[in-house]
Design a protein around this ligand. Structure first.
Ligand code: HEM
Length: 559
């Protein structure tokens, strides 16, 4: 026993002596190099990224331990931290430490314009999403290699909204009926959970039609739960990454904590940290919902796939109003012969579009309901407009387009409640110089401040006040302008992002949201239970969520 201890002590002493002597040697080397040409990369394995990042001001402390404390604070307090940075660094960039990497945030119209105008080879949206959602693991690599589904959503899906609107509205009515049966008595409904089901069914009526959109296994386990699992994957996959391998840890290890040991002991490609990345990827592959979700999606889509493509090869004309005019067909027609036309690849894309569509729309609808349940005057005003439009145009896309007060209300709700702290997430593929001269080093994630823009008095008078007719009034003043709509990105409104990567589904989202709110208000009365009020927004790091626990009372509308 004693022998064991002394051998261990001796070994530790040798290692400590070795590290210390190398440290002294390293300090000696460092002292010989003139300060102005010292770059960590010349002395130990390093990324130039960390050197260049040092030139961008840090919000809060940037020391090894203190920056990790800041990173933990960011998880709980991102909204205030980004707001603070926006105030202090308006017109420029600042950086915040996240647990696994630095995030550079730019503020002010000129900086946003720089990001908007950058090419995909300079700042990549796909690479930023890949990192955020771990898409290679959760969705597979082919989606990133050729994300043609984005063009399909923006063009074909948007063009087909009027033709498929009746169908979508039909599903909406059936789904509301199933999940909130309209009775004479008030019933208390958990809002987000119910809304997720309604939105999943309504959206999938457009994507895959009946009967699949109502299939409980597709609905509950695949389409919407897959989306939830992907979000959880994001959290869980970055969780271990935070601890074991991350850009920031590498930075700390290489540059701050024990730079020398790693330089001497191993090359970059074989560092234990690199091995841990592989390990994390393996764990990610084991826990990803992708194989199971994909198998189920393929099973459910197989009959539709055979019906639509095996007879006519997807070339026959389809009635635009029919259910065969769906996302699967639009994807098929855009896909290249070969791999992209397999059911597996198409099914993955259908799932990925579900991920992008369902939670975002559900959050927006939930937030809108929270406002409506607290304001009966607003409800009455909107009902009047809805009845007028539906009376003139029936339940059509045209009628939805005519609901200008509703559009304004939804936009105001998104402005104050539906937006994350940052948007336009991009990954720099090359060193990218902003117009104020700041260099975003290749490999860095950059984003623009979002919520602070929505609270900026230079864009909005009394910016923190909720004014449902704010945009309606502006549009009326400008002669019933078509500008300032909910789906229109503008410098003061970035809920759907901006530029060529602005949300391609925003046109559908706006129509669907209007139809959902109109159907809800014309079918039900709604209010909070005695003693309950509008619940607050929830946050996880820089992302905002509609309150997950809020409940609202519904009953059949009384006139
Ligand atoms: C209220 C609902 C929605 C909100 C608030 C929303 C918001 C956003 C935002 C902020 C982005 C990032 C934009 C950027 O980085 O510049 C985005 C991207 C995207 N959204 Fe939406 N979205 C919504 C609904 C939808 C729907 C219904 C679909 C599909 C039908 C969809 C599909 C996508 C896709 C595919 C992207 C990635 C675009 C790209 O990388 O070029 N979204 N969305």
């Amino acid at each position: 026993m004693t022998n064991h201890i002394s051998i261990t002590h001796a070994l530790l002493a040798v290692i400590a002596g070795f590290v210390f002597s190398k440290y002294i040697e390293h300090r000696t080397q460092m002292s010989k190099v003139p300060k102005h040409i010292v770059s960590p990369s010349q002395l130990w394995p390093s990324d130039a990224i960390f050197v260049q990042l040092a030139g961008i001001p840090t919000l809060g402390p940037s020391g090894f331990f203190s920056s990790y404390i800041s990173a933990f604070k960011f998880v709980y307090n991102a909204r205030d931290i980004i707001q603070d940075g926006y105030k202090k660094h308006y017109g420029h960039a600042f950086k915040v430490p996240l647990l696994d990497h630095w995030l550079v945030v730019v503020c002010g119209p000129k900086m946003v314009e720089d990001i908007r105008k950058a090419t995909d080879d300079q700042l990549s949206s796909a690479e930023a999403f890949a990192e955020m959602l771990q898409t290679d693991i959760t969705m597979g690599k082919s989606l990133r290699a050729d994300p043609y589904q984005i063009g399909v959503i923006l063009n074909t899906l948007t063009k087909n909204i009027p033709a498929r609107f009746t169908d979508v509205h039909d599903e909406m009515k059936a789904a509301f009926n199933d999940f909130i049966p309209a009775g004479e008595e008030w019933v208390k409904v958990p809002v987000l959970k119910t809304v997720l089901n309604i939105v999943c069914r309504t959206t999938n009526r457009l994507f895959v039609g009946l009967p699949l959109c109502r299939n409980e296994d597709w609905m509950a386990s695949r389409a919407s739960r897959y989306a939830v699992k992907v979000c959880l994957m994001r959290v869980s996959s970055t969780g271990p990454k935070h601890i074991l391998y991350c850009e920031r840890l590498r930075e700390s290890v290489y540059h701050k904590l024990i730079p020398y040991v790693f330089a001497v002991v191993s090359t970059r490609s074989s560092t234990p940290l690199q091995l841990l990345t592989i390990w994390i990827r393996l764990v990610g592959k084991l826990i990803t919902p992708r194989p199971a979700s994909l198998r189920r999606a393929v099973k459910h889509l197989q009959p539709l796939f055979e019906k639509q493509f095996e007879v006519d090869g997807g070339t026959d004309d389809v009635d635009p109003g029919s259910q065969s005019n769906n996302l699967l067909l639009w994807l098929w027609r855009q896909a290249q012969e070969g791999e992209q036309r397999t059911l597996t690849d198409l099914a993955m894309r259908v799932l990925s579009v579900n991920v992008a569509a369902i939670h975002t729309t559900s959050m927006a609808f939930t937030n809108a309901l929270y406002y409506l349940a607290s304001d009966s005057k607003l409800v009455e005003m909107l009902r009047e407009e809805m009845e007028g439009e539906v009376g003139r145009n029936g339940w059509t896309k045209n009628a939805m387009d005519g609901m200008r007060k509703l559009d304004s209300f939804l936009k105001e709700s998104q402005r104050l409640s539906g937006t994350s702290a940052v948007t336009l997430n991009r990954k720099a593929l090359v060193d990218f110089t902003l117009s104020d001269g700041t260099v975003i080093p290749a490999g860095t994630t950059v984003a623009t401040a979002a919520l602070p823009v929505h609270h900026d008095e230079s864009h909005y008078e009394d910016a923190s006040h909720f004014d449902p007719l704010r945009f309606y009034d502006i549009r009326e003043k400008e002669g019933r302008s078509v500008r300032h709509q909910m789906m229109t990105p503008e410098p003061g409104y970035v809920a759907f992002g901006m530029g060529k990567h602005a949300c391609p589904g925003r046109f559908f989202a706006a129509v669907e949201l209007k139809a959902l709110v109109a159907h809800a208000l014309l079918t039900y009365d709604l209010k909070y239970d005695e003693g309950e009020n509008m619940p607050g927004i929830e946050w996880f790091a820089a992302t905002s969520f509609a309150n997950t626990k809020g409940e609202i009372m519904f009953r059949k509308r009384r006139r």
